[in-house]
Design a protein around this ligand. Structure first.
Ligand SMILES: [Zn+2]
Length: 210
């Protein structure tokens, strides 16, 4: 049986498996202090990334992004990337690190960009954006199930609604999507040590992973 996994880093829900994350958002790049202990305790490092629509200095953002990517690499934890109008730069920077997994959260973009990320084995997490951005809906249609996550983020729709919208756009049934996404965290767990970062949390609460 699968569950509605929600890549929701802002306010984890008590009702759905929402992996805990730690990291400094690019909006706070100028003032944020890295808390490595929190990152060590978290399942995912995020949201980290670049946001060219906000007025934080780009060099400051990049410096912090790189610093947190280094930590994620050292801790061998997946990163949840916040990327707004910065796709090319994010792709260039992320390529400099050996990361357990890269999850683009709240993905908004073209199917070409999605394909570029998928080619590198990254994950794309889609949310309400697929409703207002037609090109993003096309990107969702073209993203393999093995690279897919879904999320509520700060939006009004429930995670069930997001799954059912995604199912409709993709022409699949919700159960297929639930099952694929439930399995996706396993895809980037290659050693027993690393099984802990995402799966422990889910298993404690939902007896999902033995
Ligand atoms: Zn974000």
């Amino acid at each position: 049986m699968g569950l509605y996994i929600d890549i929701h880093t802002h306010s984890p829900s008590a009702d759905y498996p929402t992996p805990a994350s730690a990291g400094i958002h690019p909006w706070h790049a100028a003032s944020g202090l890295i808390d490595e202990a929190a990152m060590h305790a978290a399942a995912l490092i995020g949201e980290i990334g670049l946001d060219y629509a906000c007025n934080v200095d780009r060099e400051v953002q990049e410096h912090l992004f790189r610093e947190q990517l280094s930590i994620a690499q050292r801790l061998r934890k997946p990163v949840v990337v916040h990327c707004v109008r910065a796709f090319e730069d994010v792709m260039k920077i992320v390529a400099d690190y050996h990361l357990k997994a890269v999850i683009f959260h709240g993905f908004i973009g073209s199917k070409e960009q999605a394909a570029e990320a998928v080619k590198r084995g990254y994950f794309l997490s889609f949310g309400e954006g697929v409703k207002r951005s037609p090109k993003t809906a096309v990107a969702l249609q073209n993203t393999p199930l093995e690279n897919l996550f879904l999320e509520t983020d700060e939006n009004t729709l429930s995670i069930e609604e997001i799954y059912s919208i995604a199912a409709e756009i993709r022409g699949e049934d919700t159960e297929t999507i639930i099952n694929a996404i439930t399995n996706n965290p396993n895809r980037y767990q290659h050693s027993t040590e690393n099984i802990r970062f995402f799966a422990t949390e889910l298993s404690q609460k939902y007896a999902l992973y033995p």
